[in-house]
Design a protein around this ligand. Structure first.
Ligand code: TRP
Length: 473
């Protein structure tokens, strides 16, 4: 008799079988085994892996025991053994199993690039966001070299220092969503979601908080700067704000992100995350994945100054050029940009260091822009040389910068205008993305609870042991 067992969705193009099905499959499979087989292998079955095309028929393979606590991926080395074992078991019982072959399956080593990043929805996105991360995200998305990509609105994080103003966050969700779509993020290719709608994130945060000390979080330089900027010194730091690096670690690890495209200021968060992952995996079991930051290639892009030349482009400093600014807005802002205070007369030699116009040109212009808008120079170096020598006016440079900026802002404005025509659809996109993200998050939380052994209701062994203990009292 041929027996069919349905295998769940194969996740990550690997050999991972959907969690919900494991118990059922394991159970069914156990029925196929004799007591001898069972004692031969360890007590607890974990995953049934389906694999290999043996004698023209696909077979299911069981992975036992210690895998329970590891990731359910079969490595290349283990495959032949598992094939032989499972075919032995199956054939000896004259049972055959129905399988979905997975031709794309990858081994642990080369599988699973998961990209994840987010922004706090406290305002519209500006050039700093674009050049620091958004531009890279769109490139990554379009290159398609990943298994999954998530981009989300970190409203929970935004609330950590805006607790008294949730309306601000509520209003800006749609602004950021429009900025994402206008910049070219495509909901078909990447999952767009809202952080607060994933309760699993709060759950994971709670458990991660036990694995890091207060002083470790206190040492985080980004948190330190932000505490100063917000005037939270002394006793007034909200606990939620203080803990946000842990919450951010949950954002990253719930989705098992491997790659986080972000600005330099996020590196301390990634460090905490990696430490937490190592700690979790060491204390409980190998469930979480260590992420890497992907910094902007362009050095000046890592921390774009504001139009006033101040350290960072930031809404609170009022020195931003927004992605949704009109051409006129952009020109007004570029025109009044900070340059070189010593470059007063046309023929004075100028400084390009600390000169916002040149910093922006560093971040945004390319040789083609010169060919298109200012063929007098071949590239930025030539332009800088001339400015340094003297004889080149700020206004000419600003006009060029304006053209460079509008070259990519104009198509964004047009796309934004299209998306603005159907706002309910934008919320729909976010809702769908949130549902997708939740599915992945729920899967990880199952693994997390199991690793921590707090999956009481699924833990039949626990229930059996306790029953036995009390029966023998
Ligand atoms: N801290 C990020 C910012 O201020 C937003 C953020 C929250 C984030 N969670 C994240 C970024 C996870 C990358 C990955 O913009």
């Amino acid at each position: 008799m041929h027996r069919g067992i349905r295998i769940g969705r194969v996740v990550h193009r690997g050999l991972v079988i959907a969690k919900e099905h494991n118990h059922a499959i394991a159970h069914e499979f156990l029925q196929l085994l004799t007591p001898f087989d069972i004692s031969f292998f360890a007590e607890h079955v974990l995953f049934l892996f389906l694999l290999a095309n043996l004698a023209q028929s696909y077979i299911i393979i069981i992975k036992w025991a210690n895998v329970l606590r590891k990731k359910c991926i079969i490595t290349q080395k283990e495959m032949p053994l598992l094939c032989i074992f499972s075919s032995f078991v199956l054939l000896s019982h004259k049972k055959c199993v129905l399988l979905q072959p997975n031709l794309n399956s990858k081994t642990k080593k080369d599988m699973g690039k998961v990209i994840l990043t987010g922004d706090r929805p406290t305002g519209k996105l500006h050039l700093g966001h674009y050049v620091g991360s958004l531009r890279r995200r769109v490139q990554l998305q379009n290159a398609g070299d990943y298994d999954r990509m998530f981009v989300f609105m970190a409203d929970v994080q935004a609330l950590t220092d805006n607790a008294d103003n949730p309306e601000k966050i509520r209003q800006n969700i749609i602004e950021v969503a429009l900025d994402y779509l206008a910049a070219g993020l495509d909901p078909e290719k990447c999952v767009l979601f809202i952080q607060s709608q994933i309760p699993e994130l709060a759950e994971l945060t709670t458990y991660l908080m036990n694995l890091v000390s207060v002083s470790r979080v206190q040492r985080n330089p980004t948190v330190k700067t932000e505490v100063k900027m917000r005037g939270f010194e002394g006793e007034s730091i909200p606990l939620g704000f203080f803990c946000y690096p842990v919450s951010q670690a949950a954002d990253i690890t719930l989705f098992k992100a491997t790659t986080v495209p972000a600005g330099e200021d996020q590196e301390p968060m990634l460090e905490v995350t990696r430490e937490l992952v190592r700690r979790f995996n060491q204390v409980y079991a190998e469930v979480l994945v260590e992420p890497n930051i992907l910094l902007p290639e362009n050095l000046t892009a890592r921390r774009l100054p504001g139009t006033d030349g101040k350290e960072k482009m930031s809404k609170s400093l009022g020195n931003c050029i927004y992605l949704s600014d009109t051409a006129d807005d952009v020109w007004q802002k570029v025109r009044s940009m900070y340059t070189d205070p010593e470059h007063i007369n046309l023929n004075d030699p100028g400084h390009v260091e600390g000169n916002a116009v040149f910093t922006y040109l560093d971040a945004f212009s390319c040789d083609e822009d010169f060919a298109a808008f200012w063929p007098e120079y071949q590239n930025l170096d030539e332009l800088k040389d001339h400015y340094r020598r003297g004889g080149l006016g700020d206004m000419k440079c600003k006009k060029f910068l304006n053209q460079v900026l509008n070259k990519f802002l104009e198509p964004m404005r047009a796309r934004r205008a299209e998306f603005e025509k159907d706002i309910p659809e934008i919320y729909n996109i976010l809702k769908k993305g949130t549902e997708q993200a939740r599915e992945v998050g729920a899967q990880t939380m199952d693994e997390v609870r199991k690793a921590m052994r707090i999956d009481y209701f699924n833990d039949t062994e626990l229930i059996r042991q306790q029953a036995e203990r009390f029966a023998n009292k």
